[in-house]
Design a protein around this ligand. Sequence first.
Ligand code: ZN
Length: 242
Amino acid sequence: MIRVTVWNEYAHERSDEKVKEIYPNGIHGAIADFLKSDDIEVRCATLDDEECGLTKEVLDNTDVLLWWGHMCHNKVAMRVRDAVLEGMGAIFLHSAHHSKPFRFLMGTSCNLGWREDGDLERVWISKPSHPIVQGIDRYFEIPHEEMYGEPFVIPEPDETVFISWYEGGNVFRSGVTYHRGAGKIFYFQNGHEAYPNYYDKNVLQVIKNAVHWAYNPNKVVMDCWQQVVPAEKIEGYDPSKA
Ligand code: ZN
């Protein structure tokens, strides 16, 4: 079983009637409903839950975390970053490019250009052999999506899995992967709250593939600051004097 936690800011679905109509149970609800299966166990957490719903216990029992939205408290964000470094997978969706955990993990501003005009988006696969794109054609189209455009201020990705073209002429590295510590990270552009794109079969397939890709059964605790006992005998070595 892969233990997934879907974290959502859960603000637009409560404050905006149009968004509420599209996602009556929240964006997290739509994603969780699709992901639940024989080999994936899903729980949800939102910003208003105590400690943003991400206590140490929740993170210790999460194999892959999905993140929608850019708000969260610093303390919890550092905890999420540390959990990734120890091997928890993390999938950052849409505006999560500006979330604190993502920016802590990237070390850059993660700024980008954007336009909310319902552009057609054509999502091209740039790495056909990658596990995240399996079951997807050479490209797929999203009839309406918020445009995110280059330059996207991220470190050079380990892999660029998708590149998107928008009706207005912009392009964007819309699916990128990173390794940080023992954790795998995937950023995926799709999913502005005003469009029903978390019901799109390609978008959902990508997210499910990414859950399997990001899963690491071998979490580790990064304990590198302890004094190291020599593996070989060192003449005159006295650990109490080191
Ligand atoms: Zn958006």
